[in-house]
Write a protein that binds this ligand. Structure first.
Ligand code: ZN
Ligand code: ZN
Length: 255
């Protein structure tokens, strides 16, 4: 496999928000990494698979305390979490991050068999098919990939605020995809960072820690939100009309 020239890409999204992503990672595990600039503190939402340093990548953006939030602890969202000094997540995710034993793989064969079957429609591939199309550096060993365990420096719950000085994000508990999935809602701008609770792609509700009945309630709640823009855990951002469509499709499928 070729060696990637650079590992991350980024795009300015307006509103002081920068999107970063890992173009050489398979779309199934290519999470959106969100950086939101505040006056006193900045916010980082999710951190990628962790095969290259996100902290080095965003060094030019860091000029004040940075609050890193994990929307949930699936490996494509927490790979670089350990690199940051302030690490927030929901209490239902935190214990599993401290001693990371969740499945985490960069080849199809590393996925549990049952999951492999349910993801076969998403181009997961067979056997040792890699989930990268380039390596982050020479000598990188796909089979040795692990998520670095780390502890939360703070726990957040429904209704808590993440305060950047001039911007304030409210924590929404959005369980179903995983038990402690959270979103961050900035009412003033109508912006929702939704993690994997909702994004514009197939919603995964059959993972080992998913719960469809609980997920349905979350989707009903999201459907009622007066959002201007949803920045999801995967796939392109979207507005309120598309949010309603995505929620309705899920409710029709599972409701
Ligand atoms: Zn997830
Ligand atoms: Zn994800």
């Amino acid at each position: 496999m070729k060696i990637a020239g650079r590992w991350f890409e980024r795009r300015e999204m307006g509103d002081g928000i920068t999107l970063l992503w890992e173009p050489h990672v398979h779309p199934l595990i290519r999470c959106n990494i969100w950086f939101a600039r505040g006056r006193d503190r900045d916010l980082l939402v999710d951190t990628g698979v962790g095969v290259a340093s996100l902290r080095n990548e965003i060094a030019d953006l860091i000029d004040k305390p940075l609050i890193a939030v994990a929307t949930h602890i699936h490996y494509d969202h927490v790979g670089c979490l350990h690199e940051f000094d302030i690490r927030l997540m929901h209490r239902l995710e935190a214990p599993r991050m401290e001693d990371y034993r969740e499945f985490a793989a960069l080849t199809a064969s590393g996925f549990p068999a049952e999951l492999r079957a349910s993801l076969s429609g998403y181009g997961l591939g067979e056997g040792d098919a890699p989930l990268l199309d380039a390596l982050p550096h020479k000598g990188f060993d796909l089979a040795a990939y692990r998520v670095v365990s780390t502890h939360a420096t703070g726990l957040v719950e429904e209704g808590d605020a993440v305060d950047l000085g001039d911007r304030r994000f409210s924590v929404f508990h959005l369980p179903g995809h995983s038990p402690g999935s959270i979103g961050l809602w900035e009412e003033a701008s109508g912006t929702l960072f939704s993690g994997d609770a909702v994004y514009d792609g197939p919603l995964l509700d059959e993972l080992p820690d998913s719960d469809i009945a609980v997920y349905l309630a979350t989707i009903r709640r999201l459907r009622g939100m007066k959002v201007r823009v949803v920045h999801g855990g995967h796939d392109p951002s979207f507005g309120r009309d598309r949010l309603v469509e995505i929620c309705d499709a899920y409710l029709a499928l599972r409701g």
